[in-house]
Design a protein around this ligand. Structure first.
Ligand SMILES: [Zn+2]
Length: 354
């Protein structure tokens, strides 16, 4: 099956007709060029650069801006602010009336003012955003436009905010918000007024390798590069750290995938090193690196949840020979680090799956 890798996303800037909203904290509306730079400037941190880097260029979003200047929506913030679907529909309708042809775009971002509204992704092709947010939030929502689902994880004692959903602090599609690092404001926008303060520019973790693999499920995009090692229970395999693969031309496997049968439960293992974009989950004990363990088709969702076999964070293993982890519940999987090869800025580990 061919996999979609190039995405054209339109960013439409619209203002509600009541510019003070019904719950409005005064803020300066961003310059159109700032909105453009956030999404698509070449600085290594824009939304486009983040997603290209963190998928090893397997996904390539491009952002276009049909209207440069902000336009009026012709609807009120007071009426629409709590209804994401209505905002999305109103913007698409108004854009059509304003003469913008959105055919051919894979996704549309309705970038709105005043902020403080029900932001997020509607369906799989329209995202409502506003200034009342952080960069990692934009990255997460654009992840939905690129085909990613929300990440799941086993409930951890101090991290149980939303049940299993989002409970993967190693993945941008999970819950990593409180553990971020602030990077410099984008050039030219150092003095922009930010509702959330300088934290707006904070960076965040990439999607887990397991989640990227899931994104290309049943395609050859990830696997054909030699970056995925498929093994069976009882087998072991050396893999290299996903963290250092960014920008690397080496083709060592980055992910172990072990599966029971063709459609059975699956576990994956990837390695992370404590690099800047990966710091949120690090503790002093784990600075040598960790192995992240995810499952697919191993756990059931709640009846109301619509994700299909989402990535599910089972646990984290220190990268030390002999370290071992067993999944909870079901037909257990045991993952053991049987060898570690620390190099200068690089790490390999041998992983045994039983
Ligand atoms: Zn989400």
């Amino acid at each position: 099956m061919a996999a979609k890798q190039d995405y054209r996303i339109a960013v439409l800037k619209y203002m509600f007709d009541d510019p003070f909203g019904d719950n409005y904290r005064p803020s300066v509306i961003w310059h159109a060029d700032m909105v453009r730079d956030i999404f698509t400037t070449s600085n290594g941190y824009s939304v486009r650069d983040y997603w290209m880097r963190s998928t090893l260029n397997m996904l390539r979003p491009s952002f276009e801006f049909p209207n440069h200047a902000w336009l009026r929506l012709g609807r009120s913030h007071a009426e629409l602010r709590n209804d994401r679907a209505k905002i999305a529909a109103a913007v698409r309708e108004r854009a059509a009336n304003d003469g913008f042809n959105l055919n051919g775009f894979d996704g549309v971002i309705a970038f709105m003012n005043p902020p403080e509204l029900n932001a997020g992704t509607q369906g799989n092709d329209t995202t409502v955003l506003a200034q009342d947010a952080l960069m990692p939030y934009y990255l997460h929502e654009v992840g939905h436009l690129l085909g990613f689902q929300d990440a799941f994880g086993v409930i951890m004692a101090d991290d149980d905010k939303t049940g299993h959903m989002y409970n993967d602090k190693w993945d941008v599609m999970g819950d990593q918000w409180p553990k971020m690092e602030v990077v410099q404001p984008f050039a030219g926008w150092e003095h922009a007024e930010l509702i959330k303060g300088p934290d707006f520019w904070s960076n965040t973790v990439p999607p887990c390798a397991a989640h990227v693999w899931r994104r290309f499920w049943n395609t050859q995009v990830f696997e054909s590069q030699g970056r995925v090692a498929r093994i069976r229970r009882g087998e072991r395999r050396w893999i290299r750290s996903w963290t250092t693969a960014h920008g690397s031309v080496l083709q060592d496997p980055l992910l172990v995938v072990a599966q029971d049968g063709d459609d059975g439960p699956t576990v994956t293992v990837e390695l992370r090193l404590p690099f800047w974009a990966d710091r949120p989950g690090w503790t002093a004990a784990s600075t040598r690196g960790v192995a992240l363990i995810h499952s697919f088709r191993y756990r059931r969702l709640e009846p109301h949840q619509t994700q299909t076999y989402p990535s599910w964070h089972e646990g984290t293993l220190l990268m030390e020979t002999g370290a071992s982890f067993s999944t909870q519940d079901g037909d257990r999987w045991k993952i053991t680090v049987t060898g570690v090869d620390l190099r200068d800025g690089d790490t390999r580990a041998e992983i045994l799956v039983e």
